[in-house]
Design a protein. Sequence first.
Length: 377
Amino acid sequence: MEPRGNGRGDAPRTGNGRNASSRTIVLHGPRPAARVVNAGAERLNHDLVVIGASAGGLSALQTLLPDLPARLPAAVLVVVHMGGASLLPEILRRDCALPVQAAVSGAPIRPGHVHVAVPGRHLLVHDAHLLLRRGPRENLARPAVDALFRTAACSFGARVIGVVLSGALNDGTVGLRAIKRCGGLAVVQDPGDAAVPAMPESALRYVAVDHVAPAAAMGRLLARLVAAPPGPAPEAPEDIRLEAAIAMQELATMSTEDRLGTLSPFTCPECHGALWEIEDGDLLRYRCHVGHSFTGAAMLVEQTRRVDETLWGLMRAHRERAALARRLADRESSVALANELRRRATDYDEDAEILNQLIAGQTEPPGSPAEDEDAGG
C-alpha cells in the first residue's frame, strides 16, 4: 500500500525551542552502521527487522512468521508485552522455518534467526549484538517496543524495518518515528485486521508509515522489503542516542543540560520524580530524571489506575473504621459513648458508599488495555 500516516518525523523540541538534535550530547551508546554478523561481504539490504506487539499480537506473529523464507537475509527481533513467564519462543517456532529462540545478552545478531524478548528485560541492539537490560520501564512495559526500535535505529540506521502489530495504547509509535528519522522503513498492521487496533492506529497517526498490510500479507511483504537496498543513512540524531543510552542504563540521571524537553508540573507515576515534557512532532510524551518514559496516553492510563487504587483503599479504610466503631460500641458500658460510636459508624458507611459510587462511575481512558488481557495474545 502507499505510505500512510501524517507524522512529520520532526526532532523533539527542547525547553529553549531548539531541536534536540542540534545540541551536543557525548555518549558511549549505540553507534550507526553496525553490521549483522555474517561471513559474507557487506550487506546491501535491509538486514534487521524489529517487530513490536501487545494484546492480539501473538495471532499476528503466528500468521506472518511462517511466511518468512528459511534463508531470510535479515535478523528478526520480537518484543511482545508479557507477564512474569513466557513460552513465546516455543509457540512461535512451531510453524516458523527460521530458528526462533529467546534473546541472550551479548549474542550476535545473525541473518535468518528470530530472537524473542524475555520477561522483565528490555531487548536492545548495540552494534551487531543483542543486549538485555533491566532499564526503566517505558509506557508501563519492560520489555518495551520503543526501546528496541530506538536502539535498532541507532545501530542499523536505514537498514532497519520496524513493524507495529496489534496492541493496546501506543508503545512502538515513538520508536517507529526514530526508525524513520534514521532512514529506515515503517510497516504497520492494518488496524482493521488487528485484534486490538490501538497500537497500529497510533503509529498511523504520528508516523509517516511506508506500508500497511494485514498479518496474512505481512510475511511476504517483509521478505520483499528485506531484499531491497536501503536508502540514505543519516547519522542517528543525538536525542535518539540519548534516550537509547538511558534504556541501556548508561545514563543514571538526566542533567539540566541534557534534558529533552521542558520541566512539567507532573510527577512520574513510577518513581514520583519530576517529569520532562517532550514534544515529539505532534506526539506529547514524558520522561523522568531516572528514565521512566510515557506517552501522554500511557500517562493518563497510569494516573487513572492510581486514582482507582486510591479510591479502593479509601473505601476499604472507611468500612474498616465503621466495623471497628460498631465493635467498640458493642463493648462500651456508657450508653452515650456507645451511641456516638454507632453514629460515627453510620457516617463512615456513608463515606464508603460515596466512594463506591465514584468507583462505579469511573471511565477508562481511550485505548486502555482490558484488565483480563493476555499480553501475549
